[in-house]
Design a protein around this ligand. Sequence first.
Ligand SMILES: O=c1[nH]c(=O)c2[nH]c(=O)[nH]c2[nH]1
Length: 300
Amino acid sequence: MAAGDVVLGTNQYGKAEVRLVRVTRDTPVHEIEDLTVTTQLRGDFTACHTAGDNAHVVATDTQKNTVYAFARQHGVGSPERFLLRLARHFVDGFEQVTGGRFVADVHAWDRIAVDGQAHDHAFVRTGRETRRTVVHVDRDDVHVLSGFTGATVLKSTGSEFWGFPRDTYTTLPETKDRVLATSVTAWWRWADPDVDFDARYPVVRDLLLATFAQVHSLALQHTIYEMGRAVLESCADVAEVRLSCPNKHHVLVDLEPFGLDNPNEVFHAADRPYGLIEAALHREGDTPVPHVWASVPGFV
Ligand SMILES: O=c1[nH]c(=O)c2[nH]c(=O)[nH]c2[nH]1
């Protein structure tokens, strides 16, 4: 190869955001599982890029069909297991596939209550957080990230923010009692991919949110550090935690022009701009895996 020749670098491809709804109708009480699944394969796909030779290309349409067929054949269950099963299928079934990135979002539904009874087959989408998972496979090197996005939480007290530097451009008043609100995006990396994901997911999620509630916050940075620390201190199976939290500012409204006081009761819930507070936490001595996190977009 001559100097200056063009070289194909990292590449991956697949079907993005396959919308999958599986109804389990073994009994009159149906269950639904609603996921958005992305599969992206890595391996020897050079000839397709450089010469248009598709002999190695597992079509993205085939990948999509596999998602649906696996949902029928094996069920869905925990999104992590579902992705691990898909990843194994592609890596073991096609010599040219060495690994990939597999992502699933889980959309939660609740049963509609009719006369106080949960309906058998009518559901309403909940406003809960979206559970997420990314599976990263490189031959036998398997990493599973779990997490969620869109958990909107608020504390009406127990939050302070003061002691920050003041310069010509600082107008923000110091406060010993403010509203703290955010929409938590959390990811954690399992130390080992052999986990009872469905049992452990709510434990980690609840611990993160309970810590948000319990920490007397001196800054959102302080709160998210404590959230991550709580998980690493009590969950030996979690190796690393990453949190991304927009500070949903609640600004006290000046009611003085109307002859009214405002003792921390009436706020303008500002939309934009917002502070964006992000942190990654791991245990000392832990081996970092930046290539795995690189598959999670838009994160520290
Ligand atoms: O918790 C906070 N952290 C900041 O860094 C910050 N900056 C700001 O204006 N308000 C806040 N709040």
